[in-house]
Design a protein around this ligand. Structure first.
Ligand code: PHB
Length: 403
């Protein structure tokens, strides 16, 4: 309540400040530097709301690294403005998302909210961003509603919708002769929406999900369900897991003796940023995703080299998404000369942006989600190798989005 009031007050203050600035600049000549130019020379306040602890901790760090790399490469400034960061560990905890986002907006007065990884957290943030009119960029969370039923002009996603990466996977598996699959995942939006999308594509290819298995997020006690899979003897298993949970799942799957008996597939998050921890257990896994380490384009090669040099570690899909979030801000703020308060122009610039990404060039859909290629990948010698394009220029259906 208090926070809502603060948001209302802040909206009003911002409006007044803009009117004053515009009014003052109309008087002209009073100062060599106009008030708008002065406002633009202040630091840009960026709120990073990401998981820095828990099963997605590594994903949050990779996103921040990628974002900072894009900032460094644009001379440490977006639209001519230096950046001040305000960081919150969201713990991948949806129940804390509203308070955390409100704090960044009302206390830290951020110009833009960047977050998060977890779908439930991102939806909490989005509601606050929508209500307060704060610009928000989603560098990972796939919650379909963010660019579907809850779509809003001031929210953009630079990653994917949960519907996207697994949409082509069903056909891939049918082409490989697997017509009866078990789907296993965490019981929360990202898992449930991945399952729904997979089922759609798998059914369209004439195949059936024979069993749906769930683990509460972020638990990693898989043993009982692996025993159940062994008893069912499906043609294959498909899944959504990521981060620390994906390491444990892939290792447990192999340790249970299933790897050579029942082929495992998934959205490519399963093998992103975790290959060295998974070791041999991940070799040969086939997945679909909007990125792969070995993508053969100059942009990806330069990105991987620069990231490796800056952070002494290999980038992954999360690093790339953080990087693209920085590229989008750099491009849009460049267009408006740093005037992020001119939200109409910032939104128009983001809607028209062409992002020259390591994943390949992409543009925003009408619902503010990337239209992008989905690659078929296989783990080879500890690398996510591209073995094909599973779907060219895939656009999320944006169900329920009216904008
Ligand atoms: C999500 O919660 O939306 C999510 C989390 C981790 C991923 C992908 C999606 O790797």
């Amino acid at each position: 309540m208090q926070d809502n009031q603060n948001i209302e007050e802040r909206k009003m203050q911002n409006r007044k400040r803009r009117e004053l600035l515009i009014g003052a600049s109309a008087l002209a000549g009073a100062s060599l530097l106009s008030p708008i130019a002065r406002a633009q020379s202040a630091k840009l306040r960026v709120g990073l709301m990401l998981p820095y602890t828990g099963t997605y901790a590594q994903l949050g760090a990779a996103i921040e690294n990628g974002f900072r790399l894009a900032l460094d490469q644009s001379g440490g400034k977006f639209g001519g403005r230096e950046v001040e960061f305000f960081k919150v560990d969201d713990e991948s905890e949806p129940s804390k998302a509203t308070d955390n986002a409100n704090r960044l907006i009302t206390r830290d007065k951020v110009d833009v909210l960047v977050g998060s990884v977890h779908s439930g957290v991102a939806i909490g943030m989005l509601k606050v961003a929508k209500e307060s009119g704060t610009l928000m960029l989603i560098p990972n969370a796939g919650a379909d509603a963010a660019t579907g039923a809850l779509c809003t002009p001031n929210v953009f996603r630079t990653s994917f919708s949960n519907w996207q990466p697994v949409h082509p996977l069903g056909k891939v598996m049918v082409d490989r002769g697997h017509k009866k699959a078990v789907f296993i995942t965490w019981k929360y939006a990202a898992g449930e929406e991945s399952l729904a999308s997979f089922k759609e594509g798998y059914a369209a290819a004439g195949a059936t999900v024979v069993k749906e298995l769930f683990v509460p997020f972020p638990n990693v006690e898989f043993q009982a369900l692996l025993t159940e899979i062994a008893a069912i003897k499906p043609d294959a298993v498909a899944c959504f897991f990521a981060g620390g949970g994906a390491v444990k799942f892939v290792k447990d799957y192999a340790a249970a003796g299933l790897k050579d008996k029942v082929p495992l597939y998934g959205s490519g998050f399963l093998t992103e940023g975790v290959l060295s921890a998974q070791g041999d257990a991940a070799e040969g896994l086939v997945t679909t995703l909007h990125y792969a380490d070995s993508l053969d384009n100059p942009r990806n090669k330069a990105f991987r080299a620069a990231y490796g040099k800056a952070y002494k570690t290999e980038p992954d899909v999360y690093s790339m998404q953080g990087y693209d979030t920085g590229l989008l801000l750099a491009q849009a703020l460049g267009k408006v000369k740093g005037d992020i308060g001119n939200q109409k122009a910032v939104i128009a610039a983001m809607e028209g942006a062409l992002i020259d990404s390591p994943r390949g060039q992409w543009k925003m859909s009408k619902a503010h989600n990337p239209i992008q290629d989905i690659y078929l990948r296989r783990v080879e010698k500890g690398d996510n190798k591209v073995i094909g394009v599973a779907w060219k220029a895939l656009e999320d259906p944006a169900r329920g989005c009216r904008m």
